[in-house]
Design a binder for this molecule. Structure first.
Ligand SMILES: Cc1cc2nc3c(=O)[nH]c(=O)nc-3n(C[C@H](O)[C@H](O)[C@H](O)COP(=O)(O)O)c2cc1C
Length: 354
């Protein structure tokens, strides 16, 4: 594979071991955000956190340029692929095409409320049709050649009462032999709210997710939605949940949410990289991409939050997103920026916990 990262150190034996559960802590699938550059950057900060791809639609996998759509590097492992779809045959075909590509898990999106997703009647709309969910998951499992199939959902959709409908949904999922579900702890409204509003306005109900774990003790349940710190993640694990998925906070404050995750969540003693090591690794990555003639802002845009909360963070963000970064002098600008900001750039936590 034409890749920078294949030259990096492979992941450790612990993760090859099936009893090691990377899903205890994961970074959520986020369209346009968790692309391979982002995942490369996140992986430098945590070896054990499970990373998710952006959602890839089953029809794109079946009809499109699969090598480009699923391009990733072993360095990103453990890596889960999220698929969107609602046609069992198409999902089966898509999973069949993906099953030997090294993914840790293949996840079905039943939580996304964007208009595109609604047109295809998949994403969270699936929560209104349990029979179809069952057909989709069954088809995916049959095609997966042993790769774990999971599902990510909301508490419910539109005027569903989650206290009634969520247990029925989970019962359906569990009856198919699915072993793990990720629940974004809020409902979605298909009409009237934008996807962004749907991530903010419907209230979070963490207690209902914890209650679901009590009602379905054999199912692995991961919680998602509004989680802001590693301490909060540890709290949910203490409550008996099997995993915690973080989205926006991990993207905006990657150092806080990832740098000490291996120690705090996975109990690993591996030394965590410091900021100069991460910058140096990213520098080489940028250099490699520049030599290939690629633009650098598609990479640097994921690094804007690296120094969130520190003095100099604003300038870091502004300069790193400046189109001048894509000029032949891009790397020189970054080098100058690091040198100017010097010691003011450090990994101090915005929450005070890192
Ligand atoms: C920019 C963006 C894109 C997203 N794309 C997806 C997606 O492709 N699939 C999905 O299941 N959820 C998607 N989500 C939702 C997140 O996975 C997550 O469920 C949500 O942001 C709540 O978690 P958080 O509060 O920790 O961010 C997206 C969220 C954001 C902010």
């Amino acid at each position: 594979m034409d890749s920078f990262a294949t030259r990096s150190e492979p992941n450790s034996q612990e993760m090859q071991n099936k009893s090691f559960h990377s899903y205890r802590y994961s970074v959520a699938p986020m369209m346009d955000w968790t692309d391979r550059h982002c995942r490369y950057f996140h992986r430098l900060m945590s070896r054990y956190t499970l990373l998710y791809t952006e959602m890839v639609s089953a029809s794109a996998i079946v009809k499109g340029d699969i090598d480009r759509l699923l391009a990733h590097d072993q360095m990103e492992y453990p890596l889960a692929l999220q698929i969107g779809g609602a046609e069992p045959r198409e999902l089966s075909e898509a999973v069949d095409l993906c099953a030997d590509r090294g993914f840790y898990e293949i996840n079905l999106n039943a939580g996304c409320p964007s208009s595109k997703v609604q047109e295809g009647c998949f994403g969270v709309a699936l929560m209104q049709d349990r029979r179809r969910v069952a057909e989709c998951l069954e088809a995916m499992q049959q095609a997966s050649r042993g790769i774990e199939v999971t599902i990510k959902c909301r508490l419910g959709v539109d005027d569903q009462n989650p206290h009634d409908t969520l247990p029925l949904f989970i019962e359906t999922v569990e009856s198919l032999g699915i072993k793990r579900i990720i629940i974004h702890a809020r409902k979605a409204w298909l009409k009237g709210l934008s996807p962004k509003q749907n991530r903010e306005i419907p209230p979070l109900d963490y207690d209902l997710v914890i209650q679901m774990k009590r009602e379905f003790p054999d199912l692995k349940i991961c919680i998602n939605g509004g989680i802001q710190s590693l301490d909060q993640a540890a709290y949910f694990l203490d409550q008996g949940l099997d995993g915690v998925m973080v989205g926006r906070a991990a993207y905006r404050y990657p150092a806080d949410l990832l740098l000490t995750a291996d120690k705090k969540i996975f109990g690993m003693d591996d030394p965590c990289r410091d900021h100069s090591e991460i910058l140096s690794e990213m520098w080489q990555y940028l250099e490699w991409h520049q030599q290939k003639g690629s633009k650098l802002t598609p990479i640097t845009r994921h690094m804007l939050g690296l120094f969130a909360g520190c003095p100099g963070a604003r300038r870091w963000r502004q300069e790193l997103s400046n189109p001048a970064i894509n000029s032949p002098h891009g790397l020189t600008i970054i080098r100058q920026l690091i040198s100017d900001l010097g010691s003011s750039l450090s990994f101090e936590s915005h929450t005070g916990e890192a």
